[in-house]
Structure formats: C-alpha cells, structure tokens
Design a protein around this ligand. Structure first.
Ligand SMILES: Nc1ncnc2c1ncn2[C@@H]1O[C@H](COP(=O)(O)OP(=O)(O)O)[C@@H](O)[C@H]1O
Ligand SMILES: [Mg+2]
Length: 253
C-alpha cells in the first residue's frame, strides 16, 4: 500500500522542501520506493534543491490533463524519483490544483511512499496537499510566529480529519531566545518527530543540489533527518558517526 505523506508548515521558509528531499532520500537509502512531488505549483522549488530545474513534462501538464502522471516522474542521479512543478509563470493561469487527488490516485501502488511538498500558508494550494494526504508532517522553527502557524496547521488538519504524524523542529540552536521544546510540544500537542539542528551543511548541500543526507552523511543535520526517516518508516535508528575522512569528504562517498 502506498502511503501519502504531506509536509506542510503554515509559515514559509521553515524547511519544508529541505525536509522533503532529505526524508525522501533517507527513506530511499533504507530501501523504500519513494516518489516526491512538488505541490507548490505557484512558487515551486523542489527541483532546484535537486539541481534539475527544467523538465519537459511537469505536474502542471498533468493537472491540465495534457499528460499522464507517469510521464512526469523523473529519476535524480541518486535514484530518488520526483514529480516536479513547472517554473514557467505562463503555466499558472491554467493550473487547477484541485485535480491533485486524481494525480495521486493514478500513482497509488507505484511506490511505497509519496512525499508531497506543500505550498506555504493555508490557502487553496496548501489545502489541496492536505486533502490528498493520509498523513501529515508539520515543519516548524523554534520561534513563536512559526509555531503559531504550525498550530493553525494542526487545527486545519483536525478539521480535515487527516492524521498528523508529528512535528519536525527545524533550525534548532538551543539559544536562550528560542522557544523551549517543552513549550512547543505543549502548544502543538503533537509528537516531535525529530529536532533538526541549524547546520551550515544544509545551505551548502542546497547550493550543491544534493540533499544533506547524501552530501554530508555524518553532519548533525543529516543524522537528524535519518532519525526522522527511521521514525516515519518505523525502523530502528542507527547513528552513523563516521571517521574524520568521512566527515570531511562525506559528500564524495
Ligand atoms: N537545518 C537547517 N540549518 C540551516 N539552514 C537551514 C536548515 N533548514 C533550512 N535551512 C535554510 O532555510 C532555507 C529555507 O528552507 P526550505 O526548505 O526551502 O523552506 P520552505 O520549503 O519551508 O520554504 C533553505 O534555503 C536553507 O538555506
Ligand atoms: Mg519550499
């Protein structure tokens, strides 16, 4: 059975796309068959994180009814499969995100898990990604505006009746001005699946267009993303420390 998991946040820029690429790649490294989908059709950037910005057939073509979902599946050199959205602004007017459920229906049985990168906010685009999901992962940062938007997302998910797997607390530094983990948990009342530290390896990996779990597998953020993946697949998390050579040149391995 294919699990459909949407990654959503309310607030923009908190780390949804980073979570989608890294969770997808980590689950793939576990041996799962994964497809990641960019459902942020107005401001897509999943394909940019993977370094393949231009695709002949995209989710937009599928939503318009001009292509079959299978024609829009591409394989990243790492083996991760992606359905990208188009970066062309001309496509926007004709795109009906409401048809996303039909796209998903056509993909059932073609992978173990489909991970959807939702748009920011809680507008039509983001809600379409909630509507098609079996389960949700909510990404937030340890600051009140992000956690408040995460709380709104929890409430919306409850209205939809969609199962919330929990929260990814991203960009955590443990500084005095940050919200305390217990307060975040108390406010959201959902489990914290993983705490991803603030890590320079993340923007470096994005610039290199390789998810950090592959780019720098022994970095602290990669380990936290691997922990998240283990949590999602229900497997035991095995901490990979790596030797000095791996830590310095992990991206080459
Ligand atoms: N754990 C992290 N450590 C450092 N920087 C991060 C981390 N997670 C995300 N970022 C930075 O935040 C930016 C926004 O992340 P992104 O995943 O694109 O957010 P969203 O998809 O929610 O808009 C990225 O470009 C990256 O540079
Ligand atoms: Mg994004």
């Amino acid at each position: 059975m294919t699990r459909i998991v949407t990654v959503i946040s309310g607030k923009g820029g908190v780390g949804k796309t980073t979570t989608v690429t890294n969770l997808g790649m980590s689950l793939m490294k576990q041996g799962l068959n994964v497809i990641i989908i960019d459902a942020n059709v107005t401001t897509p950037n999943l394909s940019l994180h993977l370094g393949i910005p231009f695709y002949p057939v995209t989710l937009h073509d599928v939503l318009k009814g001009d292509a079959d979902p299978n024609q829009a599946i591409y394989e990243h050199p790492s083996g991760l499969r992606i359905i990208p959205a188009s970066l062309r602004t001309e496509e926007l007017a004709e795109t009906n995100i409401g048809k996303l459920n039909r796209v998903l229906f056509n993909l059932l049985g073609k992978s173990d898990i489909i991970i959807i990168d939702a748009a920011a906010g809680l507008g039509k685009e983001a809600l379409a990604a909630v509507n098609v999901a079996d389960e949700l992962i909510i990404v937030t940062n340890p600051e009140l505006p992000a956690v408040t938007d995460a709380l709104k997302t929890v409430k919306v998910a409850e209205q939809f009746g969609t199962k919330i797997l929990g929260v990814v607390l991203n960009r955590y530094r443990g500084l005095k001005h940050e919200m305390v983990i217990e307060d975040i948990q108390h406010m959201l009342e959902v489990p914290i699946l993983s705490i991803i530290p603030e890590d320079i390896a993340v923007p470096r990996s994005i610039a290199s267009k390789i998810p950090v779990v592959h780019f720098s597998p022994t970095s602290k953020s990669a380990r936290a993303f691997n922990k998240l993946a283990a949590n999602i697949s229900g497997t035991e998390f095995v901490e990979k420390q790596g030797n000095i050579i791996e830590r310095l040149f992990g991206w080459m391995i």
